[in-house]
Design a protein around this ligand. Structure first.
Ligand code: PEP
Ligand code: MN
Length: 360
């Protein structure tokens, strides 16, 4: 993917990093769209977002206002001068969006995971032969090749205003994040395609308001090009993604407190690596915590069945197998033993606690 052009529409004056795209998760009513847009524009936002067609996990949810909403976005353009963007998921969406003057298209995480849908969109764009920016969200599953494939289909359709959006990856169970950031995936994308701009989406990664600021800062520290953030004039009453939307005022505050470091300073790659270490440590702790929870569950089972906590055979097998696995991965044998013994010791301590606790 070479000779890329800026991801802003043709003729748009250069926007200083970060490029910010803001607006509600969904267009709900003309009034909600206009009120939000006016406030954002007043705060200097240049690119507005609003979902017109919403891919919902379950049937029966709010699936977007559809075609009538496109007229509202047209009004946003006319009244505020902002560029407008929306999500497209099929041929019909692309045609309607272009006909109604949408300036930037983005492709959602459920769509970018589907090569048939991606090809349909790419073919429609090729036929339209139009110089429109297209942003491709990462697929919901952590598959870099699938993401690259989706981007390549759009590139092959002749689109040169091409960018990627990092919106995190879905996982089973409850976590701090709604979608796990897995920062190493967009970093790998950046290393493979240095020209390709990457926009960070803290709203869909964080899933809650308080995570928007730290995630945005992290993305800036890692040298991402921009942010797409959900903002709603009355977030608590939003028809979709209420927990993660910010008022334009709070968004403005967050954007003004972001520290934007010069990309060219020589410590940038060190900061990038340190950031990776921080993220990996967080993941490590989360996994360790999950292991302890399972271990306590085993403790309760053992208590119920009057089994001893320590079963030497099982203990030896665990240590031997894991040490060998670690060695195969290139890790030091002594280090593996020390680490595994420490983890095991803590598991045993927690199980004994359960055994002695009359309430459990
Ligand atoms: C959205 O941007 O509102 C959206 C539906 O995002 P995603 O495709 O990342 O879930
Ligand atoms: Mn949303």
């Amino acid at each position: 993917m070479k000779d890329l052009k800026p991801i802003t529409p043709a003729g748009c004056p250069e926007i200083k990093r970060p490029i910010v795209i803001a607006g509600p998760c969904s267009a709900e009513t003309e009034e909600q769209v206009m009120t939000t847009a006016r406030q954002l524009s007043h705060n200097g936002i240049k690119i507005f977002r609003a979902g017109i067609w919403k891919p919902r996990t379950k049937p029966g949810g709010f699936e977007g206002v559809g075609t009538p909403g496109l007229k509202w976005l047209k009004r946003v353009k006319e009244e505020t001068g902002m560029y407008v963007s929306t999500e497209v998921a099929n041929k019909g969406h692309v045609i309607e969006a272009i006909e109604n003057g949408i300036d930037i298209l983005w492709i959602g995480a459920r769509t970018s995971a589907n090569p048939f849908a991606m090809q349909e969109i790419a073919d429609t764009l090729a036929t339209a032969d139009i110089d429109i920016p297209v942003l491709v969200k990462n697929p919901i599953n952590p598959d870099l090749d699938l993401w690259i494939g989706a981007l390549q289909r759009i590139y092959n359709a002749g689109i040169r205003r091409l960018g990627a959006i990092h919106r995190g990856f879905s996982t089973y169970g409850k976590h701090l994040y709604r979608n796990m950031p897995q920062w190493h995936i967009p970093i790998e994308l950046q290393l493979r395609f240095p020209e390709l701009p990457i926009i960070h989406d803290p709203s869909h990664i964080g899933g809650k308001r308080e995570l928007i600021a730290p995630l945005s800062q992290q993305a800036m520290d890692m040298g991402f090009d921009g942010l797409i953030i959900e903002s709603h004039c009355d977030p608590d009453c939003a028809w979709s993604d209420a927990a993660q939307q910010l008022t334009p005022e709070v968004l403005n505050y967050i954007l003004h407190t972001l520290v934007i470091r010069d990309e060219k300073v020589s410590t940038e790659s060190l900061a990038l690596l340190r950031q990776q270490i921080d993220n990996i440590d967080n993941e490590l702790l989360e996994i360790l915590n999950k292991r302890m929870a399972v271990s306590r569950e085993i403790g309760r089972y053992k208590k119920e069945h009057r089994m001893p906590v320590l079963q030497a055979g099982r203990f030896n097998d665990i240590i031997r197998d894991r040490v060998n696995l670690g060695k195969e991965m290139g890790m030091d044998e002594e280090f593996m033993k020390t680490l595994l013994l420490a983890i095991h010791e803590e598991s045993v301590r927690q199980q004994i606690e359960i055994l002695n606790d009359r309430k459990q």
